[in-house]
Design a protein around this ligand. Structure first.
Ligand code: GLU
Length: 482
């Protein structure tokens, strides 16, 4: 009898940044697979990296997935029988499981200091050998380990990888994948701070949550043999694995925020419709068959099969997305068209946020669109604008704006105080005059010299559109259009 009595899949995002298109892509494939087999989709928040985890990011991931109609059956918000669904609340479970492996002789305490590991790595590199842990502590005597543990010496727990033989698993898309065991490092399972690594937490949770199919991005495929070794060490039945091809930028590099907007919030703000984005993500890794390109989530669910997944890296092509979106716009009836504009573009929230910024500047309402269209536009046209102050020069200006963009990319609390502080500090750091900094920025953000107050406008435009505008302006500068 199998340990798995039904299809259960999971998505396991780490809430560290913007809600990523890659998360939606993987969620979509998990969702259709689960629904096709009357299974469950579980949302588990992998927030063991407490320094990088952010509650706002978690909320946005959930909001964005809900927007796309990809709803999970179990998760931190809806509960379920296999919780808690935050890894940060499961530390005791991981400790207990690491101890189980120590007791069964499948794991060991390692006292090597980071200095020793750095030195080891340096030696391995100079000698042209493969880098990795040399399993030094694997052969310490039980007495020595006890003595050092009682002395409170810092340590990690490592998995004892089998030293010979092969680890093999079946990938639903690629077939059998094998790797020689001696090539796999003795993975750290518990860190010296007493928290688990991704490998341990992920495998323990997948097992305890009865995940029957692990469907995730290709970038994790090199971790899978380590996970299989862990399942074997525990004596647990393996799930099925499927690693989806990675989304790529148009130059075929792995999709990244430097080259394509990756935030789901961005696409929503840009006026992409949820079914169009779902359709587009479905097309990314999979063929519906018979050259059909337009399909709904329901149709994809009925038809889905891993055989239709193709491995050539799917390119996240924004023109294709826009083409699909235009199809979905045409399909909207009067009611949904009007409803969309009222709830998404001209929503009461947006209009209320704009009100204090425009009041002083409005004598009749017909000026509203003329003067404040920039609040609703996606991109602005910068060609012909005198953006670069002569005294600053193209090179310095570009680098000031580039480093500003990098800082804004990392600013997740998008309010007046934080933006004000960031801009002021950036300007003083670069020793640039207020007018040479704020006027160009005003033009980039609003397209106008006479806009409402800059920082308030940036707050209202939001994180996505503001950064997008800055990125577009930098691109125009780079291409010599400005
Ligand atoms: N936390 C990992 C991520 O952020 C999960 C990878 C997996 O699905 O195993 O994608």
């Amino acid at each position: 009898m199998s340990y798995f009595d039904k299809v259960r899949v999971r998505i396991a995002p780490s809430p560290t940044g913007d809600p990523h298109v890659g998360t939606a892509y993987i969620t979509l494939f998990n969702y259709v697979f689960a629904k096709k087999h009357q299974g469950d989709l579980i949302l588990r928040i992998e927030d063991t990296d407490q320094q990088r985890a952010r509650a706002s990011s978690e909320g946005l991931i959930m909001k964005s997935l809900e927007w796309l109609g990809l709803k999970w059956d179990e998760g931190p918000d809806v509960g379920g029988d296999y919780g808690p669904y935050h890894q940060s609340k499961r530390t005791e479970i991981y400790r207990k499981h690491a101890d189980m492996l120590i007791n069964s002789g499948h794991a060991y305490h390692c006292f090597c200091t980071s200095e020793r590991l750095t030195e080891l790595r340096r030696e391995q590199m100079t000698e042209g050998r493969a880098t990795g842990y040399d399993r030094f502590c694997r052969s310490l005597s039980a007495e020595e380990v006890q003595r050092r543990l009682s002395g409170g010496e810092p340590h990690v727990i490592r998995l004892k990888m089998p030293l010979d033989g092969l680890t093999t698993f079946r990938d639903e898309i690629r077939g059998d994948v094998s790797i020689e065991n001696h090539l796999i490092d003795d993975q750290v399972l518990m860190k010296s701070d007493g928290f688990p690594t991704y490998h341990l937490a992920n495998v323990v949770d997948d097992h305890l949550m009865k995940i029957s199919h692990v469907i995730r991005a290709e970038e994790w495929i090199s971790s899978t043999p380590k996970h299989v070794a862990l399942y074997n060490a525990f004596g647990w039945e393996l799930p099925q694995f499927a690693h989806m091809p990675l989304l790529r930028n148009t130059d075929r590099s792995k999709i990244s925020k430097r080259k394509s907007p990756i935030s789901l919030e961005f696409y929503r703000r840009k006026g992409i419709l949820a079914p169009a984005l779902v359709n587009f993500l479905g097309l990314m890794g999979w063929s519906f068959g018979n050259d059909v390109e337009i399909f709904t989530l329901e149709e994809m669910t009925k038809k889905f099969d891993f055989k239709g997944v193709h491995l050539g890296g799917p390119v996240f092509d924004l023109e294709k997305l826009a083409w699909l979106n235009s199809h979905y716009i045409k399909q909207m009836d009067d009611e949904s068209f009007v409803n969309y504009l009222q709830t998404e573009l001209f929503s009461p929230d947006t209009l209320q946020a704009i009100r204090p910024l425009v009041l002083e500047r409005l004598s009749t309402f017909d000026q509203f669109v003329d003067q404040f269209a920039f609040f609703f536009n996606g991109s602005l046209n910068y060609a012909g604008l005198a953006l670069i102050p002569e005294k600053v020069g193209r090179e310095v200006f570009t680098s000031v704006m580039q480093s500003l963009l990098a800082k804004l990319d990392e600013l997740y609390t998008w309010d007046f105080e934080h933006i004000h502080k960031l801009l002021d500090e950036h300007r003083s750091e670069h020793n640039i005059k207020a007018k040479d900094f704020f006027m160009p920025l005003r033009l980039i953000m609003t397209g106008r010299k006479d806009s409402p107050p800059l920082i308030e406008s940036i707050v209202t435009l939001g994180r996505e559109i503001s950064r997008f505008r800055l990125r577009c302006a930098l691109k125009d500068i780079e291409e010599g259009k400005i």
